[in-house]
Design a protein around this ligand. Structure first.
Ligand SMILES: C[S@@+](CC[C@H](N)C(=O)[O-])C[C@H]1O[C@@H](n2cnc3c(N)ncnc32)[C@H](O)[C@@H]1O
Length: 189
């Protein structure tokens, strides 16, 4: 029997899109970009994935490390890492970046997405969830970066879109905004 580590350590459940994606993706080496204290990384490891989890917040990574030590988890490797560097090296089968891109410097987002794509092996998957700012739903939060309509979809031209939507969602503080959600599979040459 597996325990729900997220609730044991008072963490939120994994992002619903991560849970959903796991029904399409066989366990493989996953990269969790902007892992915070590990709600997605812990879930993925419990689903049988090997996980590399990175975040630039040392205290969040340290909290995840403490859980890893406590539970003697051998399938999650953490690193304090600034995504702006865009130098992550794969190959990964599943790269996850939920509600993180919007905190990055807009000038680096293209390079970060390119790095995600280049670090993914052929047939592997990328999952991105990120805030949008559109004329219909101007973003009510002062995020440094937001996607425009269709912008994320266009960044994945040539990939198979397993899921793409720009649905209205709600932040923890109740603010409503559009989110771009993409699950895409890298083409095999
Ligand atoms: C809203 S949290 C999302 C955490 C996680 N992906 C999730 O779905 O729960 C955003 C995370 O991005 C991280 N982050 C922000 N800027 C970053 C950067 N330049 N490099 C790495 N991580 C960053 C923050 O430290 C934070 O943990």
């Amino acid at each position: 029997m597996t325990f729900d580590l997220n609730s044991r350590y008072g963490l939120n459940p994994a992002h619903s899109e991560v849970v959903d994606a796991c029904s399409h993706i066989e366990p493989c080496h996953a990269l969790d970009m902007g892992c915070s204290n590990g709600r997605n990384a812990l879930y993925l490891s419990q689903q049988g994935f090997q996980v590399t989890a990175v975040d630039n917040n040392p205290s969040a990574v340290n909290m995840l490390e403490q859980i890893i030590q406590e539970e003697q988890i051998s399938t999650i490797q953490t690193e304090v890492y600034d995504l702006h560097e865009a130098q992550l090296k794969g190959p990964f089968g599943f790269v996850v970046c939920t509600v993180t891109l919007m905190f990055l410097n807009p000038n680096r987002v293209q390079a970060v997405i390119r790095n995600m794509q280049d670090s993914t092996f052929e047939g592997g998957y990328n999952l991105i969830v990120c805030a949008m700012n559109t004329s219909q739903h101007p973003c009510p939060m002062p995020f440094p970066f937001t996607f425009e309509e269709k912008e994320l979809k266009e960044a994945y031209a040539g990939w198979e879109l397993i899921k793409y939507n720009e649905d209205l969602g709600t932040m923890h503080n109740g603010a409503q905004l559009q989110f771009a959600t993409l699950l895409a599979q890298k083409p095999k040459s």
